[in-house]
Design a protein. Structure first.
Length: 428
């Protein structure tokens, strides 16, 4: 029976192949995160993790609103209309139109309210200059991300991955130099300046592609295409902003209820957790999303989901088990001995990561098939579950309560998205 099970998996190993290809980029990102994290741990300490965590969450939120949330929808439609160039161009130009409009609004709003934003995020209005700088470079970052979405839609996996490799390397160079010479301030400037390189490196790879023409980037409003992109926008905005927003609230809560040091421990644990599943999250967006977009029948979609679920289960357990068994070595290697406290926090965090990856197999179906309200309901449900359970568990159990909340929330989310997938007829 086991032999038949494994044989059925390897007969349909496309997800594995793309996961393997993505692992090159993901492996480099893990190495980059390791080096940057090590520099932060040694030269700044847990407080540095807390500050950079707040900054990254803010960037995620302003990017989500500034991009109009069109990137995933654009990937789907470029892939879906792979044989209809005119239709593809309408979606791309409509996406640029929406992105420019929303980026202008998001940037201006952030600049106007930079002081109160800085005060809430960091407890110091002096950080408002960083909020302003992020707002200024946001347009370049969003254009780069939109081009990446197009590349992904064309299934140009090599160019997509190479672009991400170069982005990671530029981030590494900026961060190492910045942290070494200017400590926390250098880490902040490096994080912000690397946003520009998203456009630099992606443009380097797409400029000679046959589909790339300057008129393609001319923003234009096509009513039907804009409407269909907006159906994805709501889903992406919720998906891309709920978690960062909840993390902002929780990091602030931990800082006030426990300490800023504990908030730094929590951020360090989340970074290690994210590193452990980076290969799979890359494969979801690189392969799984475009693949789901092209399935037309209920039977074909169920087969794709079933195949992917088996691979995700095997790969995730294969990654998370060594992370748990060698957690003390990892903490000393990735951080330093001052972070030893988080060794006791791994068990439920990694169990949460397992259910996180399994739930994505079903959640991406809702996303790919534009089931807007079901997807939004699931994302908001998870965000509230994580927020409320953390607020309950931390006063009772201390910092380890955050891992209990993480596991419970993703377990409940997994059950919910499976039910939404299981009891729906998927056609088209």
């Amino acid at each position: 029976m086991l032999k038949n099970y494994l044989t059925s998996i390897f007969k349909s190993a496309t997800f594995f192949k793309v996961s393997l290809l993505s692992s090159v980029s993901s492996g480099l990102r893990i190495l980059v995160n390791f080096i940057i994290g090590k520099f932060l741990a040694v030269m700044v300490g847990p407080i540095g993790f807390a500050v950079i965590g707040q900054l990254n969450n803010f960037i995620s939120i302003i990017h989500a609103f500034g991009s109009a949330g069109v990137n995933l929808g654009l990937t789907k439609f470029v892939s879906q209309y792979h044989d209809q160039q005119t239709q593809q161009q309408k979606f791309v130009r409509s996406a640029f139109y929406l992105m420019l409009l929303c980026t202008f609004f998001a940037s201006v709003t952030s600049i106007i309210f930079s002081r109160p934003i800085a005060n809430y995020l960091f407890g110091d209005e002096a950080y408002s200059k960083y909020i302003i700088l992020i707002s200024v470079v946001l347009l370049l970052y969003n254009i780069g991300q939109l081009l990446l979405a197009i590349v992904n839609g064309f299934k140009l996996f090599n160019k997509f991955i190479l672009s991400n490799v170069l982005i990671s390397l530029s981030g590494l160079g900026l961060s190492v130099v910045g942290i070494y010479f200017y400590q926390l301030q250098g880490a902040i400037y490096a994080t912000i300046l690397n946003l520009i390189f998203y456009l630099v490196w992606v443009f380097f790879y797409v400029r000679k592609e046959p589909w790339f023409k300057w008129e393609l980037l001319k923003p234009q409003h096509f009513k039907e295409e804009t409407k269909r992109l907006l159906s994805f926008s709501f889903m992406f905005l919720i998906s891309a902003s709920v978690i960062p927003f909840v993390q902002l609230l929780l990091r602030t809560f931990i800082s006030e209820k426990l300490s800023v040091i504990d908030a730094g421990y929590w951020e360090a644990l989340n970074r290690i957790s994210q590193m452990s599943i980076l290969v799979l999250t890359s494969a979801f967006s690189t392969y799984y999303m475009p693949q789901l977009a092209q399935t037309k029948t209920h039977t074909a979609l169920k087969a794709e989901v079933h195949k992917t679920f088996k691979w995700v289960m095997i790969i995730t357990i294969g990654i998370l088990l060594p992370f748990y068994l060698f957690r003390e070595v990892l903490v000393n290697l990735l951080l330093n001995k001052s972070f030893a406290l988080i060794n006791d926090l791994f068990a439920f965090q990694l169990l949460g990561d397992l259910f996180r990856m399994l739930s994505f197999v079903f959640a991406y179906v809702l996303l790919a098939k534009a089931k807007t309200w079901q997807f939004i309901f699931a994302e908001v449900f998870f965000g509230l579950a994580l927020l409320l359970s953390t607020l309950f568990f931390i006063p009772t159990f201390g910092l380890i309560g955050s891992t209990y909340a993480y596991f419970v929330s993703y377990f409940l989310y997994f059950i919910l998205v499976y039910i939404l997938f299981r009891y729906h007829k998927w056609n088209g």
